[in-house]
Structures are given as structure tokens and as C-alpha cells.
Ligand binder design. Structure first.
Ligand SMILES: [Zn+2]
Ligand SMILES: [Zn+2]
Length: 422
């Protein structure tokens, strides 16, 4: 489905220039190299996988691509993510970060195959021939992975036991809970040849992980959300953007004082400029950028509530719904209450729970994902599936009091710059 009103593409005027948290290394390190400034960038989200525990013919496991201009960040990477990427217009080589919400298989099974695809991990050497990939420079990672405790050990173990080598390095930063060990890798296996040695163990401060990544255009924070295993949600916040310029306010002053027009670019950045006659021109106030919350599986996301307040877009799971008369799988003795209790007991949410949370954090838009295999993901072509998915969206909208979208695999939405707040 195409983007609906309110989710239209609007170019921002941000310029990203990397200021990563990872400490600088003596050797060249792509992850720590400042990126050259870039021009305006659009923000798009492509849902690659929208299934919960069981994938189906119409939905693969959880995976979502956030495109910031040319860069791609993945949020979760379930089985067959690489295949879905190949079906999309996204370029795998543009993936620079992968954020894992939790280490359940339906959110992480696709990570190692995807890394192998990006980092030249296929093939091997026979009969004692030299394996050139054993000499990869670990200080030069091209992919950064963030996830809870166990993410690093999972990737390391998969590489060890599948005899996989990479031509380029990766790094894993872990978001650790207060009960987690502050050091160590959660595995006895030594670091492999492609794993950068400076993966951080990031402890919570004030119950959250603020600014786990930050450059001059975007920052990422994370908060704990309740599920059957440790799980996090991520909030991506764009830095304030230049305000709208009214040239008529400035140009007469510049002409009168013979000031070069190039100072308009300083004013555009919100700076003040003093003219030759002493007049001081003030650029427009900067405006807030876009803010997006992407949650993992949860039956209670209140741990991320403060970080996610007033997001422009909330992506929230809605694994199970009570749809009597619409869903043939409805049990005779089911009620909304029994379905909600069962859903919560498995660490998940109903559409109503997602809608209520979206309302509570004053989210401007809500998109649901992570659906039971019972809910087919081809509602763009199958009228029966459309009735079902519209009903799920309706249940959430009843709590949220706004339109709600249900994601399907390969659906893309553009996230607009919020209108200027007066
Ligand atoms: Zn899941
Ligand atoms: Zn899960």
C-alpha cells in the first residue's frame, strides 16, 4: 500500500556527519570515520517482515528497514530478511547498522546470513589453501549491530560452528540491563577474526539507554519493554532542522547594505548576522526534526514511554486480536478479555493495547506489525485478508482515535518532517 496522507515524503534539510561513540582507533576505522556532509535526506520505512512466531507464505519474520537518505538501518532481522531485501528496492550494501530488539529467533535468525551476504561470507578454502579472509582487519567494521545481552554471543557462535569467514569486520554493542554482567561476552568462545574488539557493553542510566548512537543529524536511544525475554524498543530522533526562511524579511536589508547574498545560508542555519550599518538579522528558529519509535515484542512498553513521547510515528506489535465473525479461528468461548489475557501471558499485545499506548504517548501515527500467522499479509490483493486486517486496524483505532495502518511485507511509508509548531 502506498503511503497515506500524513506519511508523505517531505525532504528535510538535515545534513548527517558521523560523530560516533566508538573510541577512535589508531588504524583506519570506517565506523569512526566522519562521513562527508550530505544534502537533504528523506526518511522512509520499509517493512521487510511482519510475522510473529511462524512465518507464512505472505509474511516473513520481523524485519524493518529505516532509510535515512542513502543509508539503511535495519531493526530486527528475522529469517529470510536477505531474500526480502533482494525483492525490495533497497541496496544491501547501504546497510550500516542493525538494531536487534531481542534475541528470540524470529527477530535475529536472519542476521548471520545477511552479514554473510554483505561481508562476503560465502565459500571457503580446501586442502589447506590459505583463506585470505582470515586476515581481515577487525578495526575496520562496516556494520554495527546493537542488541541485548546475547546478541554478540549468538553471532560469534553462528560464525564459529558454520565455519564462516568475512572479508570485512563487524562490531556488536550490547544494551545491558542492571542485572546483566557489565563486562564479558556471554560466551567462552574467543572473538572471531572479523569481530571488532571495541564492541561496547552499554549500561542503563535512569532506566534507559540514551544516545547509544548520535551524529549531527540523528540520535538513537533505547528503552526496556516487557516481553517474555529481555527486549528493547528504539527511538530515532532527528536533530533540529533549520526553520522556514522568509527571504522578504532579509533581502532588502542585504541589498541596502551591499551584503553578499551568501549570508543567507548562515541565516538559514539559524545564525545571527550583523550588517555594516549595525543592523542585526536573526535567522529563523530551528524546528524539531522527525521522531520515530520502533518497538520489539511487548505486553507492556511503559519502560520506553518517556523516550517515545510525541513521536511522529510509532511502530507497535499487535500479535493477536479477538475478531469474532471475522476470524474463523476464533474459539467459541473466547472473549476480548480472554484473548488479551492469553496474549499478555505470552508477552504480546492486542491491537487495542497498541492503540492505547499510541494515545498515551501522543504518537502522531501508528503502524501495527508482528502479526500471528493467522492474519494473511496479502490484504492488498485478497479481499478476505483485507477485511481481517481492516478489522485489526479498526480495533486499534478505537483506542487511538486516529487512523491506524497494518504493515505488510514490502510496504513502504515516508515519514514527513513535522509541520512547524507555532
Ligand atoms: Zn516476535
Ligand atoms: Zn519475542
Amino acid at each position: 500500500m502506498a503511503a497515506r496522507a500524513g506519511l508523505k515524503a517531505v525532504a528535510s534539510i538535515g545534513v548527517r556527519k558521523s560523530v560516533p561513540r566508538v573510541p577512535s582507533q589508531k588504524t583506519i576505522n570506517m565506523a569512526t570515520q566522519p562521513k562527508p556532509p550530505r544534502g537533504p535526506f528523506d526518511v522512509h520505512i520499509t517493512f521487510l517482515g511482519t510475522a510473529s512466531a511462524q512465518p507464512s507464505s505472505t509474511r516473513i519474520h520481523s524485519s524493518l528497514a529505516l532509510r535515512l537518505g542513502a543509508d539503511i538501518w535495519l531493526f530486527d532481522c528475522g529469517e529470510a530478511t536477505q531474500s526480502r531485501l533482494q525483492q525490495s528496492t533497497l541496496k544491501m550494501g547501504k546497510i550500516e547498522k542493525i538494531f536487534i530488539t531481542h534475541t528470540h529467533g524470529d527477530h535475529i535468525f536472519g542476521v548471520v546470513p545477511l552479514l554473510a551476504g554483505i561481508l562476503n561470507g560465502a565459500g571457503g578454502a580446501a586442502d589447506g589453501a590459505d583463506e585470505p579472509r582470515k586476515a581481515v582487519d577487525p578495526y575496520n567494521p562496516v556494520i554495527e549491530i546493537y542488541g541485548p545481552l546475547g546478541t554478540r554471543a549468538y553471532v560469534r557462535s553462528c560464525l564459529k560452528y558454520t565455519h564462516t569467514f568475512f572479508s570485512h569486520a563487524y562490531v556488536v554493542h550490547e544494551l545491558r540491563l542492571p542485572r546483566d554482567p557489565p563486562t564479558g561476552d556471554y560466551t567462552q568462545l574467543p572473538r572471531n577474526q572479523a569481530e571488532a574488539p571495541f564492541g561496547q557493553n552499554i549500561m542503563q542510566v535512569g532506566g534507559v539507554w540514551e544516545n547509544i548512537f548520535q551524529d549531527n543529524a540523528v540520535s538513537v536511544s533505547a528503552g526496556p519493554i516487557l516481553h517474555s525475554v529481555p527486549c528493547v524498543g528504539y527511538v530515532v530522533t532527528e536533530a533540529p532542522l533549520p526553520g522556514k526562511m522568509d527571504p522578504a524579511k532579509y533581502i532588502p536589508h542585504l541589498k541596502r547594505t551591499n551584503t553578499p547574498m551568501k549570508v543567507m545560508s548562515e541565516l538559514q542555519q539559524g545564525q545571527s548576522v550583523e550588517l555594516s550599518d549595525g543592523t542585526i538579522l536573526h535567522g529563523p528558529q530551528r524546528r524539531r526534526g522527525r521522531k520515530i519509535a520502533i518497538l520489539g515484542d511487548t505486553h507492556n512498553p511503559s519502560g520506553i514511554e518517556k523516550l517515545a513521547l510525541d513521536v511522529d510515528l510509532l511502530i507497535h506489535e499487535a500479535t493477536n486480536a479477538h475478531l469474532p465473525g471475522i476470524d474463523e479461528g476464533t474459539k467459541l468461548d473466547d472473549t476480548y478479555e480472554s484473548v488479551e489475557a492469553r496474549t499478555k501471558s505470552r508477552g504480546h499485545s492486542t491491537p487495542q493495547m497498541a492503540g492505547a499506548f499510541a494515545k498515551r504517548i501522543r504518537a502522531k501515527q501508528l503502524i501495527l506489525n508482528h502479526f500471528s500467522a493467522r492474519y494473511a499479509g496479502n490484504d492488498d490483493v485478497d479481499p478476505e485478508a483485507k477485511v481481517l486486517m481492516d478489522a485489526i486496524a479498526g480495533l486499534a483505532a478505537g483506542e487511538y482515535n486516529k487512523e491506524v495502518l497494518c504493515a505488510r511485507d514490502l510496504m513502504s511509508v515516508a515519514v514527513a518532517v513535522p509541520p512547524e509548531e507555532i
